[in-house]
Design a protein around this ligand. Structure first.
Ligand code: SAH
Ligand code: SF4
Ligand code: F3S
Length: 376
């Protein structure tokens, strides 16, 4: 009987796509997906570090495997991803849970196969070199009609609240020729939606003299076949008119833009190191709406960033009303070790963050209700 695997993914689309790569390695070795975690011979947790909650879930879920591993010593338990790219967290997991066999970070993803073969008892692989990121790894797509296609890795922006630049390294774009080849294959294989992925897709090419993101979108759209193109994520400081024009004029592009604003207060945006103002952001929104009729605009918002007053928060509510988003991902600020905001004064109490996040979600519902009624 074939051996099986089960992968739990905690993070963003990038993380999901990396789980597809881990699955690709396992499939290539003859493993099949298990329907239940308990049944699998190889159990993988692909973790996320973006907020404390995501990390707490990993501790809880891995901890729960103690009995299973005691009863089935032959099972392999691996923990990888952004959380274990932080040395202290990787070491803590290693010490807390002696039944974990393999721990490795995002920079070591491409070594997964080698780790599976290791005969040593336990393995903790920590590495800060992000040069090799598994571009050539096989993958097993698991997202229905959608094919995730990575176009770049890392982030240079260092928003003061965010762990990503620390666990993903600096921006590195893939060669456009490789991206186009991958899309061609995905389209041939029947995928109907190609989603181009990167932490900051508008910076595509800037690190290596490649074509611009707008040019990349156009080239991808020229691939023959019946498919649509989406992308994420755009940073407002880098979203340029040429990209908006491609989305507006190219029939292959989905008429959707995810443009995280984070806050509606210039004071907070500055403390977040976002490098744009509310006025600049609204200017981009107006341009998008003017050029793309019926566009779907979504955003991310953080409430309770250090120093956020009631007045700052009200400004975020005003911005939400002004834009009239089609979807909002609202988060309570979560302190991340090693970031600049960790040391900032004015940390906001949890109960206030809770009230604010609920207000944003209610506002979103209200807006959606109005939009619906308006259309009737
Ligand atoms: N690269 C993307 C998104 C990265 S993370 C971008 O810049 O837009 C996705 C979202 O998680 C962010 O947009 C932000 O809203 C949220 N986030 C990041 N760090 C956070 C933190 N420390 N606490 C709460 N939310 C956070
Ligand atoms: Fe994090 Fe900012 Fe980079 Fe997005 S742009 S990944 S929020 S540092
Ligand atoms: Fe989480 Fe890493 Fe993505 S921290 S949001 S899985 S890049």
């Amino acid at each position: 009987m074939s051996k099986t695997y089960f992968i739990t993914t905690y993070g963003c689309q990038l993380n999901v796509h990396e789980s597809e790569k881990l699955a690709g390695v396992l499939k290539q070795r003859g493993f099949l997906p298990a329907t239940k975690l308990e049944d699998a011979d190889v159990i993988v947790f692909n973790t996320c570090a973006i907020r404390e909650g995501a990390e707490d879930r990993v501790f809880g879920n891995v901890g729960a495997l103690k009995k299973l591993k005691r009863a089935h010593k032959e099972k392999i338990i691996a923990v990888c991803g952004c959380m274990t790219q932080q040395k202290a967290k990787a070491e803590k997991l290693y010490e807390m849970f002696p039944f974990i066999d393999i721990i490795f970070g995002t920079s070591n993803l491409y070594k997964f196969e080698e780790f599976l073969d290791k005969k040593t008892k336990r393995l903790l692989a920590y590495d800060e070199d992000f040069n090799l990121l598994g571009e050539d790894m096989p993958f097993y797509r698991t997202s229905g009609e959608n094919a995730w296609v990575n176009i770049m890795q890392g982030c240079n922006n260092f928003c003061t609240y965010c762990i990503v630049p620390y666990v993903r390294g600096r921006e590195r774009s893939r060669a456009s020729a490789d991206i186009l080849k991958e899309v061609e294959k995905a389209v041939k294989d029947g995928y109907k939606l190609i989603t181009l992925l990167g932490q900051n897709v508008n910076s595509y090419g800037k690190d290596c003299g490649e074509i611009s993101f707008a040019e990349l979108l156009t080239k991808v759209s020229e691939i023959e076949g019946d498919f649509k193109i989406a992308f994420m994520t755009s940073h407002p400081k880098d979203l340029t008119s040429d990209v908006i024009d491609v989305v507006a004029n190219n029939p292959k592009l989905l008429k959707e833009i995810h443009l995280p604003v984070q806050s509606g207060s210039n004071r907070i945006l500055e403390r977040m190191n976002r490098k744009y103002t509310v006025e600049k952001y609204l200017g981009i929104i107006d341009e998008i709406k003017a050029k793309i009729p019926n566009v779907r605009i979504t955003t991310d918002i953080i409430v309770g960033f250090p120093g956020e007053t009631e007045e700052d928060f009200e400004k975020t509510c005003d911005l939400v009303r002004r834009v009239g988003y089609d979807g909002i991902f609202a988060f309570m600020y979560s302190v991340r070790e090693g970031t600049v905001a960790e040391k900032m004064d004015g940390q906001v109490p949890e109960n206030i963050k809770n009230i604010r996040v609920n207000k944003i979600l209610n506002l979103e519902k209200e807006i959606k209700g109005k939009l619906k009624n308006g259309n009737n």
